[in-house]
Design a protein around this ligand. Structure first.
Ligand code: G2I
Length: 449
C-alpha cells in the first residue's frame, strides 16, 4: 500500500453525535429480535458480511463465528491482482475458489475484491505502462470476472483510484497514466464478462461529503449519464475515533444517482466511542433504502490489518464486544427495507419491425480503443438489429459486450443479444467492443430485423 496506515484516519472529523438518525419507518415486524448480525440485517433485505481469507478456513473457533454471524464474505486478499495473476497470463484461483465454495455451501453471497487497484499489483504489472499495461489490465478484468462469473454478488471493479486531499481528482498511478478512461474500460470489460454481478467503485476517506467523495460522485454521475455500466459505490469506512456528520447524507447522494451503496470495509479504532460509531454507521445505512449491506474488515480484533487498534466486533478470544451489541441492536431497530436487487442488466420492452441508426464513440489509446455504439430505433419499434462496422486494417475486435460479433477484423457484424433486441420507437440501446489498432469510423450501418 502506498497509503500510510495511520495517516488515513486523519481526514475524519466532526462528532459521531451529528450522524444519529432516527429511522422513520420501522418495518421489521418480527416478534423476536434476531440474534445474529446476518439474520438481523436480513430483516430489512440487507446482507452483513466479513472479510476473510482461505487460510482461515481451517481455524475452527474463527469459522464458528464467521458461519454463525455473516451472510456474505469478501476475500481480504485472495482475489487481488497479485494473488490471481502472479505471472502474466498464469491465473491462480485456488484460494478464491475455496472461499466461493465455502460461501455457497453456507448460503452466503460473495463480494469480489478487487479487479484493478494501484496497490498489490504483481511485479510484472508494476513494470508495464501505456498500451501494454492497459491491455493487460483489461485482460485481467475479463479473465477473473469470467472465471467467477455467476458466483459474485458485487465486484469491486476499481479500487482507490481517487486522490486524497482537496483536489477531488484521480490518484496518479501506472493505471491512471494509461488514460483517464481506464476506469470505464474496466467496468465495461467486467460487465461483458459477468453481466449478473453488481459492479462497484470502492474507496476510503469517503465517509462524508468531502472533495474526494465529490470527485467520485461526479464520476458516477457522468458514468450514469453516458451509459457506462456501474451499479454501486463502496464506502470502505476505515474509521478513527470520530464520524463525519455528513456520513448518511453522503450515502444518500450516491443512492440518488441510481446506484447502490455498500459499506465495504468497516472497522473503527478502539479508544473513542467505538460502539457508538459502529451503531451510527449501521443506522445510516439502514436509513437509506439503496444502502444494501455492510461488510466489516475482519472478524476478531486479532484478525485485523490495524494491529493494536482492536477495530472489530469480536475480541481476540472471539467474545462479542460492546460494538457487536450496538450493531445488532441498530439492525434490529430496523429501517426502510432495501429494494430486492434487480439483476444489473434487465430486459427492455416492446417488439415490431422498423429502421434503426447507429452512432459510435471511441475511447482510444495508443494501440487500442473501446467503442460504444448507440443503436436507435426510427419511428417504429424494432425487434432485432445488426450493425456493420468496418474495422480498420491491422486491427481486430478482441472483446464485445451487449452484442455478439461475426468476424473480428475487416467487415464485422454485431447483432443484438437476447435482452436488447427489442427497442421501442425512438428508443435506443448500447453495446460496445474493444479492439486493437485504430478505431472505426463514427457512423456504422444499422439494419433492423
Ligand atoms: O489496507 C486496508 C484495506 C484498504 N482497502 C483495500 C483493502 O484491500 C485493504 O486491505 C488490506 C488487507 O487487509 C491487508 O491484509 O490490504 C493490504 C494490502 O493488500 C493487506 O496486506 C497485505 C500485506 O501488505 C502483505 O504483505 C501480505 O502478504 O496482506 C498480505 C496477505 O497477508
Amino acid at each position: 500500500m502506498t497509503i500510510p496506515r495511520k495517516g488515513r484516519f486523519a481526514m475524519l472529523s466532526a462528532a459521531v453525535a451529528g450522524v444519529v438518525v432516527a429511522a422513520s419507518v420501522a418495518v421489521t415486524g418480527s416478534a423476536e429480535a434476531a440474534t445474529t448480525l446476518g439474520a438481523s440485517a436480513a430483516q430489512t433485505g440487507r446482507y452483513f458480511g466479513a472479510a476473510t481469507s482461505a487460510f482461515k478456513l481451517s481455524d475452527t473457533p474463527y469459522m464458528t463465528i464467521l458461519n454463525r454471524e455473516f451472510t456474505s464474505l469478501v476475500p481480504e486478499n485472495d482475489m487481488k491482482w497479485d494473488a490471481t495473476e502472479p505471472q502474466q497470463g498464469r491465473f491462480t484461483y485456488t484460494n478464491g475458489d475455496r472461499l466461493v465454495s465455502h460461501a455457497q455451501s453456507r448460503g452466503m453471497t460473495v463480494r469480489g475484491h478487487a479487479l484493478l487497484w494501484h496497490a498489490q499489483q504483481p511485479a510484472w504489472a508494476q513494470s508495464l505502462s501505456g498500451a501494454a499495461l492497459r491491455s493487460a489490465a483489461i485482460n485481467h478484468v475479463t479473465q477473473v470476472a469470467t472465471h467467477f462469473r455467476g458466483k459474485i454478488h458485487s465486484w469491486d471493479v476499481v479500487n482507490e483510484a481517487f486522490a486524497d486531499g482537496g483536489s477531488g481528482g484521480r490518484r496518479d498511478s501506472n493505471l491512471q497514466r494509461t488514460g483517464n478512461d481506464w476506469i470505464e474500460a474496466a467496468f465495461r470489460a467486467a460487465r461483458a464478462a459477468d453481466p449478473g454481478a453488481r459492479l462497484c467503485y470502492n474507496d476510503y476517506n469517503t465517509d462524508g461529503i468531502n472533495a474526494k467523495s465529490t470527485g467520485i460522485y461526479n464520476m458516477v454521475r457522468d458514468f450514469k449519464a453516458r451509459g457506462v455500466p456501474i451499479d454501486c459505490v463502496g464506502l470502505q469506512s476505515h474509521l478513527g475515533t470520530t464520524l463525519d456528520s455528513t456520513y448518511q447524507q453522503n450515502i444518500q447522494r450516491f443512492a440518488d444517482l441510481g446506484v447502490d451503496v455498500q459499506i465495504t470495509e468497516l472497522d473503527v479504532q478502539q479508544g473513542g466511542n467505538q460502539a457508538g460509531i459502529f451503531a451510527a454507521v449501521t443506522r445510516a445505512c439502514l436509513a437509506v433504502a439503496r444502502c444494501t449491506g455492510i461488510t466489516v474488515w475482519g472478524v476478531r480484533d486479532s484478525d485485523s490489518w490495524r494491529t493494536g487498534q482492536n477495530p472489530l466486533l469480536f475480541d481476540a478470544n472471539g467474545n462479542k464486544k460492546a460494538a457487536y451489541t450496538a450493531v445488532l441492536d441498530a439492525l434490529n431497530a430496523g429501517g426502510p427495507t432495501t429494494p430486492s436487487s434487480p439483476p444489473p442488466s434487465s430486459p427492455p420492452p416492446s417488439p415490431a419491425p422498423g429502421g434503426c441508426t447507429a452512432a459510435l464513440t471511441l475511447n482510444s489509446w495508443n494501440g487500442g480503443y473501446t467503442a460504444t455504439v448507440r443503436v436507435t430505433a426510427g419511428t417504429s419499434a424494432v425487434s432485432g438489429w445488426s450493425v456493420g462496422v468496418a474495422v480498420p486494417a491491422g486491427g481486430a475486435v478482441t472483446n464485445t459486450w451487449n452484442a455478439t460479433n461475426t468476424g473480428a477484423s475487416g467487415q464485422v457484424t454485431f447483432r443484438n443479444v437476447g435482452y436488447n433486441g427489442q427497442i421501442a420507437a425512438g428508443g435506443s440501446t448500447e453495446f460496445g467492443f474493444q479492439g486493437t489498432g485504430t478505431g472505426p469510423a463514427a457512423t456504422p450501418a444499422c439494419t433492423a430485423a
